[in-house]
Design a binder for this molecule. Structure first.
Ligand code: NCD
Length: 307
């Protein structure tokens, strides 16, 4: 089955991807990196971007990708300006918007929202963040960044640090990585460890991972450290957030302990977890990740929406 056929209903979860699927979309995205010229591939197509939660990179890079492929955009950037504010369900919103567009990109605070949307839609749905659940297109662009910045996925030693409980990008990233021969170090305080259901899945896939609390112990063996923000908006208790919010702050001093070709990544937005004085280091590639968002999303939209 081709990628296009397999993902006819859209990009919902990293779990749906085999190694072959990932390699295929990485290849397509690399072609988009090579060929920066705008095209008319999606001329006449309309993409709806339904963002019920805040976004800078994900929404704008999807919209930029659609424009660069000659398509058009409709949508909203907050649940407050849509009929969700009046109490409309996701199902009803989707059954409406599918009449106005050829594909839907959705970000919603409900875990499982994208899967739910895809049950009601006859057009492809792209999960742009489903609560604390998943963010598969971010994980795909993360893999594109790693490989474009000169790394093979097999053999990679990667630290994934921060809010591993609520952070959706790290769920999708570790699931995608479980298709490769990778050593993962999950670094978090006890209360923000990967959830059991995520670890169960990784174990089933026989992924190699360790859970630790202190990153300094392993800095010298890592090829990549992927840092994430503590997800303030997901905490039920503000005091609990305050206790952990500054638990990790990666500094210039830490950078000295790393290998020459070490890379530091972050899906952004960053709050305090990476000190800005390392932004100019060639080891800091988090703004490159933002750059690779567009070619990856062009590749995805081309697969899902072209005739
Ligand atoms: C992330 C998200 O929304 O999950 N941002 C992104 O899409 N690049 C990360 C975050 O909010 O911490």
């Amino acid at each position: 089955m081709s990628f296009k056929e397999k993902f006819r209903e859209g990009i919902i979860s990293a779990k749906d991807f085999s190694r072959e699927d990932i390699d295929y979309i990485l290849k397509k995205a690399k072609e988009m990196v090579q060929n920066k010229k705008n095209s008319e591939l999606l001329k006449g197509k309309i993409l709806a971007t339904l963002f019920f939660e805040p976004s800078t990179r994900t929404r704008l890079s999807f919209e930029s990708a659609m424009h660069r492929l000659g398509g058009r955009i409709i949508g909203f950037h907050s649940g407050d300006v849509s009929s969700a504010k009046k109490g409309e369900s996701i199902a009803d919103t989707i059954r409406t918007v599918e009449n106005y567009s050829d594909g839907i990109v959705i970000r919603h605070n409900l875990e499982g929202s994208a899967r739910l949307a895809s049950k009601f839609a006859k057009i492809p749905i792209v999960n742009a963040g489903s609560g604390s659940g998943e963010h598969p297109t971010q994980a795909l662009l993360d893999l594109l960044t790693i490989t474009e910045e000169g790394r093979k996925l097999d053999g990679l030693n990667i630290g994934i640090m921060g809010d591993l409980k609520f952070g959706r990008t790290v769920h999708s990233l570790s699931i995608l990585l479980s298709n490769y021969d990778v050593n993962i170090y999950f670094i978090s305080p006890k209360e923000l460890m990967m959830r059991n259901r995520d670890k169960d899945f990784l174990r089933q896939r026989q992924a190699k991972y360790k859970e630790i609390e202190k990153y300094r112990d392993i800095l010298n063996i890592l090829d990549v450290l992927y840092i994430t923000r503590i997800q303030k908006e997901r905490f039920a208790d503000v005091e609990e957030y305050d206790r952990v919010k500054n638990i990790y702050v990666f500094t210039k001093k830490d950078l000295k302990e790393t290998k020459d070709d070490f890379k530091i990544m972050h899906p952004l937005p960053r709050v305090t977890e990476i000190s800005p004085d390392i932004d100019d280091s060639p080891k800091a590639i988090y703004f490159k990740q933002t750059y690779y968002g567009v070619p990856m999303r062009k590749a995805i939209l081309a697969e899902l929406l072209s005739d």
